[in-house]
Design a protein around this ligand. Structure first.
Ligand code: ADP
Ligand code: MG
Length: 239
């Protein structure tokens, strides 16, 4: 039994062709699991299904062996970071992060402790009183990360969180996200269409193409033993 288990998930929108076929996989606690595939392959749909933001047509999701798909999004206790990490423009960095703690029932002192922890982890101290418009793209992205980890949710979902950043910043943030994940032992599902991100960040990678799992494995396995031509070409291993 893994930490998160997906059993035979499938989904189509209206009467259109299936977007996800029979997706089954297991993710272990503390794992950095990358979901990679070209645009339109179904990555965001799968992440939204896990988060409870999109309905599936069939299948099961288990967290620690218990059904999770029957719970509301809030009861799933996940944290999420998206590509357009909307921060509240009228709130300071601190208040944006604290927003992630609303409805957690923590007292003032516990909230402050969590806040300071995140500010330190993400190096946000010099900007903590600023508003989003006074921050660079990378700083805003760090605030979004802080807001997602402050809740100490056991599972973190990230959907192309770096795609709005320039190449240099992306490379730096890849390292930062990975360090943060390792420090906190966060179980993470990270969605990207970028092979470099997948190969450098993933403990394991799942390659998705047209709603079908092509392969699940470590970066080295995918590179050395791609199961088909699609994986080989997508990952860029010698064929
Ligand atoms: P990815 O994140 O890999 O780019 P998506 O999960 O966003 O892919 O989309 C997978 C497929 O499902 C695409 O063909 C997309 O057009 C379709 N799709 C996604 N969301 C909807 C929706 N709300 N209604 C209809 N079709 C959708
Ligand atoms: Mg997407």
């Amino acid at each position: 039994m893994g930490f998160l288990q997906l059993n035979a998930i499938h989904k189509s929108f209206h009467r259109e062709a299936k977007v996800l076929h029979n997706i089954s996989l297991t993710i272990e606690e503390g794992e950095f699991f990358v979901l990679v595939g070209p645009s339109g392959s179904g990555k965001s749909t799968l992440l939204k299904i896990i988060a409870g933001l999109e309905k599936m047509d069939g299948g099961q999701i288990l967290l620690n062996g218990e059904r999770m798909d029957t719970r509301s999004p809030r009861e799933r206790n996940l944290s999420m970071v998206f590509q357009n990490y909307a921060l509240y423009p009228h709130l300071t960095v601190e208040d944006n992060i604290l927003f992630g703690l609303k409805c957690k029932g923590l007292d003032q002192e516990q909230q402050q402790k969590r806040l300071q922890e995140c500010i330190t982890l993400l190096g946000l101290a010099p900007y903590s009183k600023r508003k989003p418009k006074e921050l660079s793209g990378g700083q805003r992205q760090r605030v979004a990360l802080a807001r997602s980890i402050v809740s100490h949710a056991p599972l973190c979902l990230m959907d192309e969180p770096l795609s709005n950043l320039d190449a240099k910043l992306r490379a730096q943030m890849r390292i930062e996200i990975k360090q943060l994940q390792q420090t906190l032992g966060l179980t993470t599902i990270y969605v990207t269409h970028d092979q470099t991100e997948a190969m450098t960040m993933g403990d394991r990678i799942m390659v998705l193409h047209q709603g079908d799992i092509q392969q699940i494995g470590t970066p080295l396995e995918l590179y050395n033993q791609p199961t088909n031509l699609f994986v080989a070409q997508f990952i860029g291993s010698p064929t």
